[in-house]
Design a protein around this ligand. Structure first.
Ligand code: ADP
Ligand code: ZN
Length: 213
């Protein structure tokens, strides 16, 4: 199972990737999470990525492609992986195809989540994330039982620095310009599967499972 989850910020890629990981045991590879970890650790990579991420811009292709190349050769990726937030440009997709080709591997499916811009804005502006387990909450549609505390693991919730109105607008714009051409790219290869990304997380998950198994 080698999957790509495609779709705008706030489409639910991370949530579905986490659930797929729990069900199928394939690792979730999120370039966003890897970059945020580097920022936290204060590495050189983190410092370079931070400014761009906080402005809602993409990190350079070479950097993220390098991260992915290192990650997919690890032991736990042997039986597949779930790419969440990568590729985000045609160039990244081409580099990925080249890398997989050299390993005699290919992508099985690209799941594209469709959600209206209005809904995306609503989701992202009220979103908070658990610092411990990565679970996501929303002030209106999915509030934690105790304010600021994760229901699942009890750690503190935080708001991502790029989850503010101005940066969200920029991220959506960048998505439109840089990432939507990937739909055509994968449609032509015959493995694009489009899914309605609004509705309950569980319903969407069962649709995703039908598509990928
Ligand atoms: P979202 O999809 O909700 O915007 P992510 O966690 O996937 O959240 O990404 C957050 C930020 O990390 C992006 O706005 C971008 O700056 C950077 N980033 C993540 N993945 C990539 C990628 N494949 N290419 C370039 N930049 C990336
Ligand atoms: Zn948690």
């Amino acid at each position: 199972m080698r999957l790509i989850l495609l779709g705008p910020p706030g489409a639910g890629k991370g949530t579905q990737a986490k659930m797929l990981n729990e069900k199928f045991g394939r690792p979730q590879i999120s370039t966003g999470n890897i970059l945020r970890k580097s920022i936290q650790e204060g590495t050189e990579l983190g410092c370079r990525a931070k400014v761009l991420m906080n402005e809602g811009k993409l990190v350079q292709d070479d950097i993220v492609v390098g991260l992915i190349r290192e990650r997919i050769i690890e032991e736990d990726c042997q039986n597949g992986f779930i790419l969440d937030g990568f590729p985000r440009t045609i160039n990244q997709a081409e580099k990925l195809a080249e890398t997989l080709n050299n390993m005699n591997l290919s992508i099985d499916a690209v799941v594209d989540f469709e959600v209206s811009t209005e809904e995306l804005l609503h989701r992202l502006t009220g979103r908070s994330t658990c610092s411990g387990c990565g679970a996501m909450f929303h002030i209106a549609s999915c509030p934690p039982l105790k304010k600021g505390i994760c229901d699942s693991c009890g750690k503190a919730l935080y708001q991502r620095e790029d989850d503010n109105r101005e940066t969200i607008k920029k991220r959506l714009e960048v998505y439109e310009n840089e990432t939507t051409p990937l739909r055509e790219y994968y449609r032509k290869q015959g493995n694009l599967k489009t899914i309605q990304g609004s509705g309950s997380v569980e319903k969407i998950f069962s649709k995703v499972c039908l598509m990928v198994s």
